[in-house]
Design a protein around this ligand. Structure first.
Ligand SMILES: C[S@@+](CC[C@H](N)C(=O)[O-])C[C@H]1O[C@@H](n2cnc3c(N)ncnc32)[C@H](O)[C@@H]1O
Length: 272
C-alpha cells in the first residue's frame, strides 16, 4: 500500500497535457496524443529550445549509464523513467552487460504500459507504476526486491524528474530517503532544469514555460546550482561536479554550443 493516498498511480487523462507524453513528443517519439503535441508546440513557440533541453537531458542520461557501467555498476533504479524512447537505460546497460538489472518507476499510465510491453520478455528489467514521492513503497516493492540487491552498489537515476517535485514535497528529504538505502560504491545521478545563468531573454522564455505548465498535469520548478548540489551533500561528487548538462563528461564537443546549455544541470556522486 502506498503511504499517501494521493501518491498513487495516475489514471490516463486525455483532457490535460501530460509532461511525460510532451517529453516523448519533443524527443521524436510517437506515444503521445494531440493534446500533448498541441501543448508542446505552444511551449515551443515562445521557448524554441524545449526540444534541445530534452535532448541534452537524454544524452546526459546515456553518458551517466555508461559511466556507471565503467565503474562496475550493473543494476539501476531509474525514478521517473518516462515513456520508452531512444537510449533506454536497460538497452544501454544490457548492450554491454546482458544481465544488467533495471527497475524503472513512473506513475504515468502511457509510460507504464509501453515500458511493460517492451520489457515483457526481459527477465532483468521491469517497471513499477508508482509515485516516486513514496520511497518506502518503491524500495519495498516485490519487483524491486527481486531484481535489485541493495547490499551491492547500484546506480540511482533521478534524471529529469525532480523538476516536477515542488518544495511542498521536500525533494531533499526524498533524495535522502533513497540515498539511505545505497550500499557504499553506489552512484546517484540527478539532472534538473535551471535558469540562473541564462540570458534575460532565455529567463523570460523559461518563465513563460513555467506558466504554460500550469495547464499540464505537472508543474515545473526551476532550481539553482546551490539547491541541486545540496542533494549530493555527504557524497563524493564525480568530476566535473554539478555542471550544465553538455559539460558533464561530453562525448563530443557539439552539445556545448547548444542554445539550451545554460538551462539544465546534471551531476553524479559516489556513496562513500
Ligand atoms: C521529463 S520525463 C524524464 C524521463 C527520463 N528520466 C529522462 O530523463 O529521459 C519525467 C518523467 O517523470 C515522471 N514523473 C513526474 N513526477 C513523478 C512522480 N511523482 N512519480 C513518478 N513519476 C513521475 C513523468 O511521468 C515523466 O515520465
Amino acid at each position: 500500500m502506498s503511504a499517501h493516498e494521493d501518491y498513487g498511480p495516475k489514471e490516463l487523462d486525455l483532457e490535460v497535457p501530460s509532461a511525460a507524453r510532451a517529453y516523448d513528443y519533443l524527443l521524436g517519439g510517437s506515444h503521445n496524443f494531440k493534446i500533448d503535441r498541441d501543448f508542446a508546440n505552444q511551449v515551443r513557440e515562445h521557448s524554441p529550445w524545449t526540444p534541445n533541453v530534452t535532448r541534452l537531458n537524454r544524452s546526459f542520461l546515456g553518458r551517466v549509464v555508461r559511466f556507471c557501467l565503467d565503474q562496475g555498476i550493473t543494476q539501476f533504479l531509474d525514478l521517473g523513467s518516462g515513456i520508452p524512447t531512444v537510449g533506454n537505460v536497460h538497452e544501454v546497460a544490457q548492450q554491454r552487460v546482458p544481465d544488467a538489472r533495471v527497475v524503472y518507476v513512473d506513475y504515468e499510465p502511457v509510460a507504464y504500459q509501453h515500458a511493460s510491453a517492451m520489457l515483457a520478455d526481459n527477465p532483468n528489467a521491469t517497471i513499477i507504476q508508482a509515485d516516486i514521492r513514496d520511497p518506502e513503497f518503491i524500495l519495498n516493492h516485490p519487483e524491486t526486491r527481486e531484481l535489485l540487491d541493495f547490499s551491492r552498489p547500484l546506480g540511482l537515476l533521478i534524471v529529469g524528474v525532480l523538476l516536477f517535485i515542488g518544495p511542498e514535497d521536500q525533494p531533499a528529504e526524498l533524495v535522502r530517503a533513497y540515498r539511505e538505502r545505497l550500499a557504499p560504491g553506489s552512484y546517484l545521478a540527478i539532472s534538473h532544469i535551471t535558469g540562473e545563468h541564462a540570458s534575460p531573454e532565455l529567463q523570460a522564455q523559461l518563465a513563460a514555460t513555467v506558466a504554460a505548465y500550469r495547464e499540464a498535469n505537472e508543474q515545473l520548478v526551476i532550481r539553482d546550482h546551490a539547491e541541486i548540489s545540496s542533494w549530493f551533500a555527504g557524497m563524493e561528487l564525480v568530476e566535473p561536479g554539478v555542471t550544465f548538462l553538455p559539460d558533464w563528461r561530453p562525448d563530443t564537443p557539439d552539445e556545448a554550443q547548444d542554445l539550451a546549455r545554460p538551462l539544465g544541470y546534471g551531476g553524479v556522486a559516489r556513496q562513500p
